[in-house]
Every structure is written in C-alpha cells, then in structure tokens.
Design a protein around this ligand. Structure first.
Ligand SMILES: [Zn+2]
Length: 112
C-alpha cells in the first residue's frame, strides 16, 4: 500500500517516498532534493527542448534542423547535404529522441 503524503510532506523525486516538505535530503534513499521552484523551470525548459527537437526532427529532419537546434552543427550540415541520410538517419534520430537517449552538443540529454 502506498503511503499518502500529508500537508507538510512532499514526495522524494528519487524514490517517491513522502518526506518532510523542508527536507533537503531524503531519509529513505539519501538523495538530495532539488528546490521546487528551480526544478519546475528547469523541467519546463527540458520538456520544451525535447518537444521542439521532436517537431523539428519530424518536419525538418531531412534538413538537419534538430541537429542545428541541439548544437550538432557539423552533423546538421551532413544531414542537410544527404537529406537526412535519405530519411533513414533522421528516422533513427527521431526514435532516439523519443526514447530520451538523444544528447545535445554539450552532452546534456534531451528528454521529457
Ligand atoms: Zn528518496
């Protein structure tokens, strides 16, 4: 049975256990909790990047648009010249994006 959190509690973002709202570290799994405000903006940015990348990949993928967007300029140019590897490369990129395994040029994952 899942323990229901009370008013003064929040769920640990790592293990999902209810912990004190002000707790910085989860007593259950020991993972540090992120600040709620900072987390939500960061999360929104992350989701936005993911959605934009997906849309670009789907509609303009053959022009390497999602690669330019995520900072892979060199690969973007190659995809532009090869029309996204005749569509196959773009399709693979799209699947990788969908599964959340795509990374931008700085190695930051682009996922939901
Ligand atoms: Zn935890």
């Amino acid at each position: 049975m899942k323990i229901v959190k009370t008013e003064n509690e929040k769920y640990c973002h790592e293990c999902g256990e209810p912990i004190n709202r002000k707790a910085e570290i989860c007593l259950k799994c020991g993972v540090r909790q992120e600040i709620v405000y900072g987390r939500s903006t960061e999360r929104q940015e992350q989701e936005k990047r993911w959605i934009v990348s997906l849309v670009l990949c789907w509609f303009l993928g053959v022009f390497g648009a999602h690669r330019f967007y995520t900072g892979h300029t060199a690969i973007g140019v190659v995809q532009l010249l090869t029309l996204g590897g005749c569509g196959i490369w773009v399709l693979i990129d799209f699947i990788i994006l969908l599964t959340g395994s795509f990374k931008d040029a700085d190695g930051v994952p682009i996922k939901y």
